[in-house]
Design a protein around this ligand. Sequence first.
Ligand code: COD
Ligand code: ATP
Length: 204
Amino acid sequence: MKLLGLTGSIGMGKSTVAAMFAAEGVPVFDADAEVHRLQGPGGELVAAIEELFPGTTGADGVDRAKLSRAVLGDRAKLAALEELIHPAVGLNRAAFLEEHCDAPIVLFDIPLLYEKTGDAGLDAVIVVSAPPEVQRERVLKRPGMTAEKFDHILALQLPDAEKRARADFIIDTGTPLEATRAQVDALVTCLREHDVRYCQQCVK
Ligand SMILES: CC(C)(COP(=O)(O)OP(=O)(O)OC[C@H]1O[C@@H](n2cnc3c(N)ncnc32)[C@H](O)[C@@H]1O)[C@@H](O)C(=O)NCCC(=O)NCCS
Ligand SMILES: Nc1ncnc2c1ncn2[C@@H]1O[C@H](COP(=O)(O)OP(=O)(O)OP(=O)(O)O)[C@@H](O)[C@H]1O
């Protein structure tokens, strides 16, 4: 079995590319979806988040706009939130792996792979990347996003150039979706048959 990590900075296309892997039949662990579940209605971390950040939860679980305002400007508060969330996501990741132990390839979509989780245990890391102006334009279109919030989040993340330098594979998401899908298809086809090094040489 090959364990692949998928990462990339805000708005670079992780979720979109992860869905392309899933469409190829690759089981995908979505760390962000796990965070949403843990913070959502009846989620396991809602009470602990309310205790740490009073007023940020309600009947529907965590109000992410409120939680975002409470933590994003304050590194210590964000670190406290991460300390609560990341171990819980890690446990679910182990359960996912057990469930899919027969799959030839599995993909872990982990937004903060280089910043927090690390690449230990992974056979290869795939970085999704688009030019900065494409990234900015996509992210600023999102409801509730401001230039200030975008710049703040960017500053919390490892720069795209460093992610690209560390990647085993880069998937270009600055192109039309079809071109990105073709890259995913070529990579999955190769990795089903060959090892990572071979695919690094042969998949362009
Ligand atoms: C701060 C929160 C409330 C903001 O929620 P919101 O819905 O407004 O934004 P969203 O989750 O879509 O994140 C927007 C962008 O910020 C990035 N981001 C989120 N948390 C962090 C973080 N701790 N450090 C750096 N970037 C982060 C995301 O990867 C994404 O690119 C939320 O992201 C959260 O609970 N973060 C802590 C958990 C975490 O680390 N999640 C990311 C990896 S699993
Ligand atoms: N070639 C492409 N590859 C990937 N995404 C693309 C491409 N062309 C356009 N897009 C668009 O760019 C956006 C990327 O958003 P997506 O949610 O996938 O990014 P993300 O990296 O998961 O974001 P976040 O870090 O905020 O969770 C989507 O709206 C997607 O449709």
